[in-house]
Design a protein around this ligand. Structure first.
Ligand SMILES: Nc1ncnc2c1ncn2[C@@H]1O[C@H](COP(=O)(O)OP(=O)(O)O)[C@@H](O)[C@H]1O
Ligand SMILES: [Mg+2]
Length: 326
């Protein structure tokens, strides 16, 4: 039917995941309530919600680790339950990862995974080296995992997910449980997975993490999807059209620059100094205004080096949405 059509028609080469009325009940308790979500393209989507919201449930349904009570989960248009092998062939996952045997080295552990995933024997050695490089663990590939920090182990788990060179990654709170350094390492790795025609769908209960890594956000609470949109549209939609970004600069800014931005760039309502290299800019409008704002700022030759939605604005949205569902 149509759902096959979606996949096969697909804007060719665009990875996609889709939930259609996806529901999971445990007895009379509904852990996931008729989720409809269509994510398509090479992008990173943060699946954000507090503990118990239904994130892991959703990811398990997408990998057929549990069975839906009703509805369907599709990957590239293919039903993950009825055609599991086909649906999951281009999916790498990090969901409830088992501990790696401490006496193994990453090379040994990854060889075993590569074998079970059906990576052809002739390609295994090269694939393992490639994925180990991608998670920046080259120096450790022949050391025993038992000596690794949790963050390093998690990077090896990500390497394992990369082995079959998937186009789609389903990551369940990849940085949770790590110390701050491990969290930041894992976030850097996830960021570096972006691009390369990959779709990353990553759950998190941390707004700051999603803001840092993702292009889009799907918020969930009590098993219900609250919103799915780009980070900037979510912020502006729920803040009366006003949007806030934080812009970082290479050099300290001169005193008059806020005024020049506030008066000279269309749509900007204020530009306030956070520190001598960071401005917090408020403007009216969504993604297209934001694009114009960024190109204007770059054109002013102030040395823009970073640009992100201010998490405090999104924090307000997150907290208000989650409060409303209680
Ligand atoms: N096997 C299960 N039996 C009963 N309830 C479950 C089971 N698994 C999850 N739940 C419940 O479903 C809800 C969603 O859980 P989960 O998807 O793990 O949330 P999250 O990953 O967002 O923290 C929680 O209230 C949890 O207690
Ligand atoms: Mg979870």
């Amino acid at each position: 039917m149509t759902r096959e059509f979606v996949g096969e028609r697909g804007r060719l080469n665009e990875p996609s995941i889709q939930a259609v009325g996806l529901t999971k009940r445990y007895g009379s308790f509904t852990a996931l309530d008729s989720l409809n979500l269509n994510v398509e393209g090479s992008k990173c989507v943060g699946f954000l919600g507090p503990n118990g919201a239904g994130k892991t449930t959703t990811l398990k349904l997408f990998t057929d680790l549990i069975r839906a009570s009703s509805g369907e989960a599709l990957v590239n248009g293919v039903n993950v339950h009825t055609r599991k092998k086909k649906a999951l062939e281009s999916v790498g996952t990090l969901i409830e990862t088992p501990e790696i045997y401490p006496s193994l080295t990453p090379r040994e552990a990854l060889s075993m995974v590569a074998e079970t995933r059906g990576v052809p024997a002739a390609e295994r050695k090269k694939r393992i080296e490639d994925v180990v490089t991608e998670v920046r663990m080259d120096e450790w590939v022949d050391k025993r995992v038992g000596k690794f920090s949790k963050g390093m182990k998690q990077r090896i788990n990500i390497a394992a997910a990369l082995l079959s060179d998937p186009r789609i990654f389903l990551l369940d709170e990849p940085s949770t449980g790590l110390d701050p350094r491990g969290m930041s390492e894992v976030r850097d790795i996830v960021k570096s997975l972006k691009g390369k025609q990959r779709l990353i769908f990553m759950s998190s209960h941390l707004l700051s993490e999603v803001t840092d890594i993702c292009d889009e956000v799907a918020m969930i609470d009590h098993g219900k999807l609250l919103v799915y949109d780009t980070l900037s549209n979510v912020t502006s939609r729920f803040s009366g059209g006003e949007n806030i970004v934080e812009v970082g600069f290479l050099r300290p800014l001169d005193g008059g620059v806020n005024g020049r931005i506030a008066s000279g760039v269309p749509g900007v309502t204020s530009a306030e100094r956070v520190d001598d290299r960071t401005l917090r800019i408020r403007f009216n409008g969504g993604a297209s205004t934001q694009e114009r704002l960024l190109s204007n700022l770059v054109g002013m030759n102030l040395g823009v080096i970073s640009y992100k939605p201010a998490s405090s604005a999104l924090e307000d949205v997150y907290l208000s949405l989650i409060k409303d569902t209680k």
